[in-house]
Design a protein around this ligand. Structure first.
Ligand code: PMP
Length: 405
């Protein structure tokens, strides 16, 4: 008998095969050009991008490009080493100081992606700890919890009674950490940070907040969900990414100095990977400056978000409150979801598709988001396209919204 071939598993998931067969495969669609103002060239034509996390529309800002080009010319295209060896730049240290001050923490560590920032936290999750995470938590923090040695428990999405029950079950001899996103990446809703802070304090648990989507966007100063709720002091450790509001690439962990110093020497995701290149580091610094000084960008994207949310609600979609630029439309099944996406694209609107596994409640979703670059007329075009496609695929949409699962 021959040995079992480890590659026999290498097949597309069944539902992906089905959408390929139906000619509505929605993934890895190349962007062929960026036209500014919320438009890109894709599938050979000009389309309105309604699925980007570039909330403040900074990725195309000439000030980020100028800072990035200047840094690349001065310092090179890459650092060819990890932070701990030859890969630390004075520019990284400046970004860490500015970011820590901005977010209201003692220290920060810059890494090469938001995914790595979260993965780095696995070093915090020791064998005597219990990690209690929201069920809608991003894959990167769940991966960190699995990579660490802590026990992982999940509470129903934003369900504070369930969180409390899980915390009550943690013995006093164990450390406890609560993990949540500030603005949830999937449905765009906000976490119940006041509830998390209250229960964490009552049970002596640490709070870890992933601000990937809300840093730069929420709060009067753009410091994120913690500022929005006036609860900066309740957040022990915070992670951010530069791939959303900051318009570039990279990530950071911020928190107490001794925790960040510990991570610098223990977080394998940072120790064993090359550091953020000069271009992205300089672009992130330029973005931070704009975030601090141009609150009108936050106002613009939140106004576009209000218009999108109100329009979708009028169309009969159950849009949860939150006012953020991202919303998820639950679809009946994977094929319907991809048909919906393809019809939107036909009408010149490029949205995102999220299919199980990994989507909360195993619910296929169309994810729409707007940015500071979208005009009122463009938001209306997105709504018109959604209205038409909803009419063309009647009855395919389940009545319930993405809920507490
Ligand atoms: N956390 C959340 C909540 C995210 O949505 C993402 C990106 N999708 C990340 C972390 C990872 O960030 P990055 O893209 O910078 O790796």
């Amino acid at each position: 008998m021959g040995r079992r071939d480890p590659f026999t598993k290498c097949r597309l998931p069944q539902e992906v095969e089905a959408v390929v067969a139906a000619g509505v495969y929605p993934f890895y669609l190349p962007v062929e050009g960026r036209l500014g103002g919320g438009e890109v060239v894709a599938a050979g034509r000009r389309v309105l991008l309604a699925g980007s996390n570039d909330y403040l529309a900074l990725s195309g800002d000439p000030r980020l490009a100028a800072a990035g080009v200047a840094a690349m010319e001065e310092l090179g295209a890459g650092n060819s080493g990890s932070r701990v060896l030859n890969g630390t730049l004075a520019l990284h240290e400046r970004l860490e100081r500015e970011l820590a001050a901005f977010l209201g923490h003692e220290a920060a560590m810059v890494v090469s992606t938001g995914y790595q920032a979260n993965l780095a936290l696995s070093a915090l999750f020791g064998p005597h700890d219990v990690v209690v995470a929201d069920r809608h938590m991003h894959a990167s923090l769940i991966d960190a919890a699995r990579l660490g040695q802590a026990e992982l428990r999940r509470y129903r999405h934003n369900d504070m009674a369930h969180l409390e029950t899980l915390l009550e079950e943690v013995g006093d001899d164990r450390g406890a950490m609560v993990l949540t996103e500030g603005m949830f990446s999937v449905g765009g809703d906000l976490c119940d940070l006041p509830g998390v802070a209250k229960h964490a304090q009552r049970h002596g648990a640490r709070v870890v907040l992933d601000s990937a989507h809300d840093a730069g966007l929420l709060g009067a100063g753009g410091r994120g969900a913690a500022e929005h709720f006036g609860l900066g002091a309740a957040v022990d450790v915070q992670t951010v990414t530069f791939s959303k509001c900051f318009g570039t690439l990279g990530g950071a962990v911020a928190g107490p100095r001794h925790v960040v110093d510990y991570l610098r020497h223990s977080a394998r995701a940072a120790l064993f990977s090359a550091s953020l290149p000069p271009s992205c580091t300089a672009a992130a610094l330029a973005a931070l400056d704009i975030i601090r000084t141009e609150p009108q960008r936050r106002r613009a994207v939140l106004a576009a978000a209000d218009r999108l949310r109100a329009g979708l609600t009028r169309l009969g979609y159950a849009i949860p409150p939150g006012g953020t630029p991202t919303v998820a439309l639950p679809m009946a099944d994977a094929l319907t979801c991809c048909r919906f996406w393809a019809k939107l694209l036909e009408k010149g609107v490029l949205a995102n598709v999220m299919l199980p596994p990994g989507v909360p409640g195993e619910q296929p979703l169309i994810r729409l988001s707007v940015t500071a670059a979208h005009t009122t007329a463009q938001v209306d075009r997105i709504l018109e396209a959604v209205a038409t496609v909803t009419g063309e695929l009647p009855g395919e949409r389940p009545a319930h919204a993405l809920g507490h699962r």
